[in-house]
Design a protein around this ligand. Structure first.
Ligand code: ATP
Length: 235
């Protein structure tokens, strides 16, 4: 039997007077991988930011583990078990790899992830443990950002556009870490511009268009045509 881990109902989001999300209904089960695709400005990042409390959401619009979490501050949501790997990585440049990773553990929860386990997932980070964030390649910075989020032992990991600006080889390596993350019991929401990658990696897929869900379904049941129409719209 599947257990719903997170559910949103009619989730809206605003930047001042500007409405970015218009009633998003979304679900992810424990241990599931779900991709969100959509054109620039469709609302994908705003949706992730709402889930972790960076954008304000109505109390009952988000349920996590059966409890309402809308309106909770970000640090409280991390303690509940949701962690965001933001677009653009956002490391602390003057801190070393290891210091960046350790920061991810606070606030955190007990669970399977530790510094050793993150190093086992991305061995290059152990080699570079004393290097400052600025000395790393884009791909290595992305690994630190993922490791830092895992250090809080989330049951749900949110990954925003991890492929942005990285070479295909590095993208392959980073996506190669996904099965190990899922095997540790973590569900993952992946925001991805590359439709092929999104379909390969996920059990289910949501397409956002102009702040609304334009398509949702199992990745293996959706056709390219359906997805193109939902992605680009028919106008
Ligand atoms: P991208 O792929 O470009 O990141 P996205 O699907 O993640 O796109 P969002 O970044 O969530 O889209 O943006 C949704 C809408 O909200 C867009 O119209 C965007 O211009 C607007 N928006 C995003 N951030 C802000 C902000 N800080 N202030 C005002 N409007 C914003």
């Amino acid at each position: 039997m599947n257990t719903t881990l997170l559910r949103t109902r009619r989730l809206t989001s605003f930047y001042g007077d500007f409405q970015a999300l218009f009633g998003i209904d979304f679900e992810i089960d424990a241990g599931e991988v779900v991709s969100i695709i959509g054109a620039n400005g469709a609302g994908k990042s705003t949706f992730l930011r709402s889930l972790v409390g960076l954008n304000k959401a109505a109390g009952t619009a988000i349920e996590f583990g059966g409890r309402p979490i809308g309106g909770m501050p970000p640090y409280e949501i991390v303690k509940q078990g949701i962690a965001l790997v933001p677009e653009g990585r956002r490391l602390f440049p003057s801190l070393t790899v290891e210091e960046n990773l350790r920061l991810g553990g606070h606030p955190g929860r007990p669970g399977p992830w530790s510094l050793e386990r993150v190093y086992a997932l991305f061995p290059i980070l152990e080699e570079r443990r004393s290097s400052p964030g600025t000395a790393l390649s884009g791909g290595q910075q992305q690994m630190v950002a993922i490791g830092r989020a895992l250090m809080s032992n989330p049951c749900l990991l949110l990954r925003d556009e991890i492929s942005l600006g990285l070479s295909p080889l590095i993208i392959r390596d980073i996506y190669g870490s996904m099965p190990k993350i899922v095997a540790a019991g973590t569900a993952v929401i992946v925001v991805e511009q590359d439709i092929g990658q999104a379909m390969r990696v996920a059990d289910r897929l949501y397409c956002f268009q102009e702040g609304r869900v334009s398509l949702a379904g199992r990745s293996d049941a959706l056709t390219r045509e359906q997805i193109s129409e939902a992605y680009f719209g028919s106008h």
